[in-house]
Write a protein that binds this ligand. Structure first.
Ligand SMILES: [Ca+2]
Ligand SMILES: [Ca+2]
Length: 495
């Protein structure tokens, strides 16, 4: 079979895959050896669909999205330790907690692209590229990117990122296409971005790593003309935490939402879901490209969000950046070789696990700076990750940390800086309606300053000497636990 394909401006005649990989990789990864290429040829492709502010509850309204993701793969409930756009995206690219990568917020003073830029030569795409992967990014990169409109971060073979300020408009926006700024008008942003990823997937040399990062369903909330109004009749379901009636257990709670505020939340939810219809189309287009090329069986597709989203739960009308489940939990759905369709994992997974997971799938060693752990084995096996807890941490724009917390498979302990502790046992209070005041300050402090292997050890409970023996037989002297009430509370929170 002989056909012409085009890659990176070069026409190639199709030859057996290994030879093609050798030819192409010699142009994209000068450091790869022949041995690397042979190994790389057997490695899977990886596609990451990274949405923006998609909430776990949104999935219930989107049957087509479920058909494209959870019904074809394995669903994890993923914790986002720092639930705002830039810190989360930096964690995905570094495999680190925010206190280690240093992108603490969205704005230049404490975070955003300005704080990520010095790290760019060492990020995930560079690990994969050095190992022979072809790399692609389409969509929203990180807050503040585009202030130098032609900047292309290193290690991306095909770079198609939204630039500011035009990146905010849904029908008029600009894309940095490998260093050339393209102006787009008249077409819906998500459609254009999906097309770019599908085009890459259709012809990139294998193995490849492709990121489709639509700026949806983030504000400004505008659906494509094709889907505007399609969710207008949708009845919005209320979680028990919606407009929480008794907030005496919360620190500095907002006022009760009135009818106007609730109507606004519902209207916004409908438009956000309409925006996701275009993301569904994008995923379908990318999958079609994989199918057409016959490589779906050797490609992992990850679907997730950079953070969750509040829509009236606990009276919080809009946004993220709070320690509640709606903000700190997002769905992670993975489909690919060996993964049971429709399966669900109960393991505690965090977004700084994504980079080491991609590295493991690619057979790449991660730098010692990585805090996360690979979940590659959990994609096909119910075995144990050994992880008992994940740190939560969040900073204000100017005043340092706002809150920190310990999240387990069964609950959460939150420390409001300068305020009280709020703790929830998700086994009996999954909607976080009635807070306790338990908190392990010592363990939290250790995790909040951990790095690399130490983080993983603290998350497992290894290396933490029990501080006391619990008094009752029903209590367990948990690693990192304490005595009395703290001991019981910690026990109740174990997965
Ligand atoms: Ca976001
Ligand atoms: Ca309450």
């Amino acid at each position: 079979m002989v056909a012409k394909r085009r890659w990176a401006g070069i026409n190639h005649t199709i030859v057996p895959r290994l030879l093609l990989a050798l030819l192409l990789l010699s142009t994209v990864a000068a450091t790869a050896t022949a041995a690397d290429v042979v190994a790389a040829d057997a490695r899977p492709n990886i596609v990451l669909v990274l949405t923006d502010d998609f909430a776990t509850s949104d999935l219930a309204y989107l049957p087509s999205l479920r058909a494209l993701t959870s019904e074809r793969g394995r669903t994890f409930r993923m914790i986002v330790p720092s639930p705002r756009c830039a810190p989360s995206r930096a964690s995905i690219l570094t495999g680190q907690y925010a206190h280690n990568h240093g992108v603490l917020g969205n704005a230049p003073r404490t975070g955003g692209w300005e704080h990520l830029k010095p790290l760019e030569p060492e990020l995930l795409p560079c690990w994969l590229r050095a190992a022979g992967y072809a790399t692609h990014y389409s969509g929203k990169y990180i807050n503040g990117y585009g202030r130098i409109p032609r900047h292309v971060p290193p290690c991306w073979n095909d770079w198609q990122a939204l630039t500011k300020p035009h990146g905010d408009a849904r029908y008029a926006f600009a894309v940095n296409a490998n260093g050339t700024v393209e102006s787009h008008s008249g077409r819906y942003q998500t459609d254009v971005l999906a097309e770019k990823t599908a085009a890459f997937v259709a012809q990139a040399p294998e193995p490849f790593f492709a990121v489709f990062a639509p700026f949806a369903p983030h504000s400004p909330w505008r659906a494509s003309d094709a889907y505007t109004g399609t969710m207008s009749g949708l009845e919005i379901r209320r979680a028990p935490s919606f407009n929480e009636s008794d907030v005496s257990d919360k620190w500095q709670p907002p006022a009760l939402l009135d009818a106007d505020a609730i109507a606004e939340i519902d209207a916004r939810t409908r438009v956000r879901l309409e925006m996701m219809r275009s993301v569904e189309d994008g995923i379908a287009q990318i999958r079609a490209a994989l199918d057409a090329r016959g490589i779906a069986g050797e490609t992992y597709v990850f679907f997730t969000s950079d953070n969750g989203f509040m829509s009236g739960e606990h009276r919080i009308a809009v946004g993220k950046g709070v320690p509640y489940r709606e903000a700190t939990e997002v769905p992670l759905v993975v489909s690919g070789p060996g993964i049971t369709p429709g399966s669900v994992s109960q393991h505690l997974v965090a977004n700084h696990d994504l980079a080491p997971t991609f590295a493991a799938l690619a057979g790449v060693r991660v730098p010692a700076s990585v805090d996360g752990r690979s979940i590659a084995e959990l994609l096909t096996d119910d075995g144990t990750s050994g992880r008992r807890r994940v740190l939560l941490e969040h900073w204000s724009r100017t005043k340092g940390p706002l809150w920190k917390g310990l999240r387990t498979g069964r609950g959460v302990q939150i420390e409001w800086i300068g305020g009280p502790w709020e703790s929830y046992d998700h086994g009996i209070d999954p909607y976080e309606l009635s807070a306790g005041t338990d908190g392990d300050a010592d363990l939290l402090q250790r995790l909040a300053t951990c790095a690399g292997r130490t983080c993983r050890r603290l998350e497992r409970g290894r290396g933490i000497p029990p501080r006391a023996t619990c008094r009752a037989r029903t209590e367990v002297p948990l690693l990192g636990g304490g005595v009395g009430r703290a001991c019981r509370a910690t026990q109740a929170m174990l997965p």
